[in-house]
Design a protein around this ligand. Structure first.
Ligand code: ADE
Length: 384
């Protein structure tokens, strides 16, 4: 595989000569070429940036040096991909790394400052395959570190690189789950013993333990990686995103009007919230939603309070109530509770007899020994 890097900081890419890509280069598996973008400037100061049209902070990288570099490097073959690392790109995943590992050539275009003139990306796209890729939802100072990370993720997947294909198949993110914890000798260290099952020699039990640990870790750390729960008709229950706030706010208003009719309206907090309140709690609660034909028709939220999984705001669009959607949301949110949760807790209006009946059927018990908020009752259920 041929790897080209366009950058104004070639030294930043020195790690390519080391470690993993270094070994791959020695073995002839990859052919690495780092290019100083300033090679394709023509003024005394070797300028690569300028102020942004439309105003704003920072500098934008001018298009001409990139265009000349693409010509000089012969960018435009059908089996190559030009990679633009950028925080506004698609996320780097194991699947994307595997896809890139199948290309003949990757050309990394590393931007600095506030970004690269958009026409460079459009121009590259006219010539060849282009991917804009993000390492994650944070901003680095430039694309070089991201280019190194993408390179490492790709190169280690090249056939002939890692001798042991099994170690690739078993690791994190292959199979969609995080990896189970690993242990080596000694059997006891710092008063901490290696789990017995790993020393049992029982391969089936070991595989089952690893699978269980992988699921537990994934639920706890990366619930977004889990296959979504689905309703009977296949509709997925998915994690809410900030852009759902407006619809959740609207659904909440609709749902809690009913609550206000059977409780004291002054004691129905959900009814008094405005959009910014919903936006704020969305950041602090694990929230899940269901859509039908694009419309947000159900939601639920939960968070850990000590060892209790505090479940709330179970809402179902008034026209769809009574069809089991609330029950499905409750079961889902119970399932994604973190490992520390030993019980579930719910609050509902003291006058909300229907809700209390539904929760009772789901195994929740009224707790008269726990002080509820004004106008509410507390229900709990032990986690199994
Ligand atoms: N350049 C700056 N921030 C980045 C990020 N998060 N991912 C990829 N490239 C970047």
């Amino acid at each position: 595989m041929r790897l080209d890097y366009l950058t104004i900081f070639p030294d930043y890419l020195a790690p390519l000569d080391l470690s993993l890509p270094g070994k791959a280069a020695e073995g002839g598996l990859i052919d690495v070429r780092v290019h100083d973008l300033r090679t394709w400037t023509h003024d005394r100061h070797r300028t690569v940036d300028d102020t942004p049209y439309g105003g704003g902070a920072g500098m934008v990288m001018r298009p001409e040096p990139f265009g000349e570099a693409f010509d000089a490097l012969g960018v435009g073959a059908p089996d190559e991909t030009v990679v633009f690392p950028t925080p506004s790109g698609e996320p780097l995943t194991q699947r994307l790394a595997a896809e890139l590992a199948g290309r003949e050539r990757l050309v990394f275009v590393c931007g600095r400052y506030e970004g690269i003139d958009q026409r460079v990306v459009d121009h590259a796209r006219d010539r060849t395959d282009v991917r804009e890729i993000s390492l994650g939802d944070y901003v680095l100072n430039g694309g070089e570190v991201a280019a190194l990370a993408i390179t490492e993720a790709v190169v280690r997947l090249l056939p002939g690189f890692l001798g042991n294909a099994e170690s690739l198949a078993e690791e994190s993110h292959e199979g969609g789950l995080l990896e189970a914890p690993a242990y080596t000798k000694p059997p006891v260290w710092d008063g901490r013993a290696v789990p017995d099952v790993l020393r049992s020699g029982d391969h089936a039990a070991i595989a089952a333990w690893r699978r269980e640990e992988a699921v537990r870790r994934t639920v706890e750390r990366r619930p977004d990686l889990l296959p979504p729960s689905v309703l009977d008709d296949g509709t997925p229950i998915v994690r809410a995103v900030p852009a759902d706030a407006g619809e959740i706010f609207t659904l909440q208003r609709a749902c809690w009007v009913q609550e206000a009719l059977v409780n004291d309206p002054a004691e129905v907090p959900a009814l008094h919230e405005e959009l910014p309140d919903v936006q704020a709690w969305l950041e602090r609660w694990d929230t899940y939603v269901v859509r039908r034909a694009g419309r947000l028709v159900g939601a639920v939220r939960a968070r850990l309070e000590g060892t209790a999984w505090d479940i709330g705001r179970i809402m179902v669009a008034p026209d769809l109530q009574g069809a089991g959607l609330g029950r499905a949301l409750l079961e889902h949110v119970e399932r994604v509770a973190p490992a520390e949760a030993t019980s579930y807790v719910l609050f509902t209006g003291a006058g909300s007899v229907r809700n209390q009946r539904i929760y009772g059927k789901a195994g929740y018990r009224l707790r008269r020994d726990v002080e509820p908020p004004p106008g509410a009752v507390v229900l709990t259920k032990r986690r199994r």
